[in-house]
Design a protein around this ligand. Sequence first.
Ligand SMILES: *Cc1c(COP(=O)(O)O)cnc(C)c1O
Length: 234
Amino acid sequence: MSITGNLELVGKNIYKSLGNRRTGVVTPANVKLVVVTKNQNIEMMQEAIDAGALVIGENRIQEALNKYEILDRQVEWHLIGHLQTNKARRAVDLFDLIHSVDSENLALEIDRAARKLGKRQQILMQLNVSGEDTKYGLQPAKMLQVAAFISNLEHVSLSGIMTIAPYFENAELTRPIFKQTQFLYGELIAANIPNTNIEWLSMGMTSDYEIALEEGANLIRIGTGIFTERRYLC
Ligand SMILES: *Cc1c(COP(=O)(O)O)cnc(C)c1O
């Protein structure tokens, strides 16, 4: 199936998954799809954009930079991969939303860079909800404390949280992780921290986005499901 075909299928699956949601308000219009283009060439990316992709997700600064020079800049650019503090400035320069803020120090560096560039940088806090050692992200117990810290930074706007579930052969096993992340998202909203604008719950990738959507995700990140030739998705 083509990139266009894959995108159409993902769109259909989004609607279907929202129909299966048991809690929360069903508002498909508010779900945003990040088309993850890491390791994809410009041609493939352009094809996805021509087919209607509005948001591009990259996880390495240098790769994004090379592509940014060439591609249509009308799309939104999101950084979804780990960010080192010494690259904060280039990240702020490039990206509309940074999903991967996992320390106060990184938030501080982003704030400094954004001040210099005259920007207010939108960010998400990455939470390590599964507790795997190999994953980046803040411990959930630190979420409110770090959110309060970030809210004091003038050039950073906290707009939600992101998590990555472990890969399971049976995607159903990710559900408890997504449920817990939605609970944390609710806590963050309820904390009503000044100077924040909490609106995004970023969770779900090719193998598990349907479950993430059922559990409340409104920002999903899909790469291989869009760019891989296959007869059937999922
Ligand atoms: C690569 C990546 C994705 C997309 O993964 P797929 O399985 O290809 O859909 C999503 N989120 C992050 C953080 C990634 O690094």
